[in-house]
Design a binder for this molecule. Sequence first.
Ligand SMILES: C[S@@+](CC[C@H](N)C(=O)[O-])C[C@H]1O[C@@H](n2cnc3c(N)ncnc32)[C@H](O)[C@@H]1O
Length: 281
Amino acid sequence: MSEYSDVVETARSYYNSEDADNFYFNVWGGEDIHIGLYKDEQEPIRDASRRTVAELADRLETAGPDSEVIDLGGAYGGSPRYVAGQYGCHVVSLNLSEVQNRRARQQNEEYGMADKVTVVDGDFENVPYDDNSFDIVWSQDSFLHSGNRLAVLKEIERVLKPGGELLFTDPMQEDNIAQDAEKLQPVLKRLSLDTLGSPGFYQQELAQLGFEHIEFDDKSDQLPRHYGRVREELLSRYDELTGTRIGKDYVDSMLEGLAAWVEAGKAGLLRWGFIHARLKQ
Ligand SMILES: C[S@@+](CC[C@H](N)C(=O)[O-])C[C@H]1O[C@@H](n2cnc3c(N)ncnc32)[C@H](O)[C@@H]1O
């Protein structure tokens, strides 16, 4: 029996499946499986996704060679390796999917980063580290999978040292969604979710937990753009992908799900951007 809650187990089996692993690794962005920052409509997904990591890393105010960093939901390890390379620090990549983690460890070896990035199998609702273990908590597009985002924020507060830095992105719903909530159902269905976080939710809960200098840098226009680009890529490689690496049912359902995200994003129901905060000393 799994030690994880039902929602967490759903995310785990989803990302561990061969279809999802092949899709995210080969189509979404390779090392990076998050929303990209696009210069224009033509830019390759990989380049735009890398730009997100680079811009986020530039935002860090306290990082240095002695920093202890944790990435919650580090997947294939692209961001942990980037941050470790940029600042010379040690990064823990805590991630639920053992399949992704195997690829991440292999890539760490290939890039000569195995001593700088430690990949840990685990759940960010129960971070397997002592209180005050980290200087920086980083996360990209992962908290959407949680059934208990408040528990995740409490875990972040617990493992951060006083004065520690939190920097994350997450696909969210807009704050005043009430009358449009039904329209989000196709979006939530794609990943078997009940809700998404929102900028207001995160800002309010982080303040309650003792964070300060809480900022949301709204880059919501990138969300429908990114999901649209992934959809186009999937469509243009449909025969190749369904003929070899990914099941047709998975691709068809992904195309439908991505269309729902693009539509909801264009309708202004979704939010995405950088959330940055410091825990009080
Ligand atoms: C969209 S991917 C983003 C991955 C990575 N942060 C990136 O930007 O490339 C979401 C990731 O969240 C991870 N995840 C989902 N729920 C988790 C949980 N409860 N604990 C740890 N990782 C989780 C999944 O394994 C998946 O790799």
